[in-house]
Every structure is written in C-alpha cells, then in structure tokens.
Design a binder for this molecule. Structure first.
Ligand code: HEC
Length: 129
C-alpha cells in the first residue's frame, strides 16, 4: 500500500517537473542563431531594417543612420566583443550615436550573444565578395 503511494508520488513529481525542465532547455537555446534572429525581428528591425540593411521604418526621422549590418567589410572590422558592447551599452559606449539604444535593461548577456551570432550570419555568411 505505502509502495503504491510512493510510486504515485514519484510519478507526480516527474510529471510536474517535466515542463520546468523543458522550459529550461528552451531558454538555453536562446543563445542560438535562431533566437538571435527572433530577437532581432522584435527589437532591431524598426531601425536596422528587416534584412539588417539599415533601412528600418524609423530612419526617416533619424539624423544618424543605423548601421547597415549587411555591409560585410565594415562589419568584419568589428570584433564580436565590439558588437556585444554596442548592443549591451548602446552607441555611446563605442563613441557612436546615442540613437543606438543600450539593451542591458531588456536583454540578458546570453540573448545579446545570440544577436551577435545572428549578425555574423547577416553580414558575413552566404556572400562571397
Ligand atoms: C532606435 C533605433 C535603433 C534600434 C531600435 C537599434 N539600433 Fe542599432 N544602431 C542604431 C544607430 C543609429 C546606429 C549607428 C550609430 C552610429 O553609427 O553612430 C546603430 C548601431 C548599431 C551597432 C554598431 C555597429 C558598429 O558601427 O559597430 C550594432 C552592433 C547595432 N546597432 C545592433 C543593434 C541590435 C542588435 C539591435 C536590436 C537589439 C539594435 N541595434 C537596435 C539605431 C538603432
């Protein structure tokens, strides 16, 4: 009898902890390129453009144009650390326009890392020039 109770208790624990484990795994994937792309579509496209070419819907009102992330040569001159710093602390931190906001209040380091990885695919992969 007590064995049955123990077994059902154990089952109950497994069933209730399973979603938690699944959510944790999903969060771990936040560092991937796909996560970076999703974040970019939410937070960055209004300025940097859907394709990252620097022509989002906000540019009409902006004095300094957002970075063209598809500019391979320019982007290659930045290290991952440079990009990380620009995203985390904003344009001011890299002596660029304050129109580039800082994201440390909204995004975790892991999410910023995934954005950097995504930017690398936008700027520097699939192009041969
Ligand atoms: C309100 C408009 C705006 C939004 C939103 C925005 N940016 Fe920017 N971003 C800019 C501007 C403007 C610059 C160019 C600053 C300059 O050249 O002086 C810039 C520059 C950058 C740079 C620096 C590139 C370099 O020159 O080294 C990176 C990296 C960057 N943005 C990434 C992002 C990412 C990732 C997001 C989304 C999380 C984002 N930006 C959202 C306006 C924006």
């Amino acid at each position: 009898m007590t064995r049955r109770i123990i077994i059902s208790l154990l089952l109950g624990i497994t069933i209730t902890t399973l979603p938690v484990v699944m959510i944790r795994t999903a969060q771990a994937n936040e560092s991937g390129i796909d996560a970076g792309k999703r974040l970019y579509q939410v937070y960055c496209v209004q300025c940097h453009g859907v394709g990252g070419d620097g022509y989002g819907i906000n540019v009409a009102d902006m004095e300094v144009l957002p970075k063209d992330h598809t500019d391979t040569r320019e982007m290659q001159s930045r290290t991952d650390k440079d990009l990380f710093k620009a995203i985390k602390h904003g344009g001011k931190a890299i002596d660029k326009s304050v129109l580039m906001p800082n994201w440390d209040g909204n995004l975790s380091d892991q999410q910023i890392e995934s954005l950097v990885r995504y930017l690398r695919t936008v700027c520097c992969e699939k192009k041969t020039k």
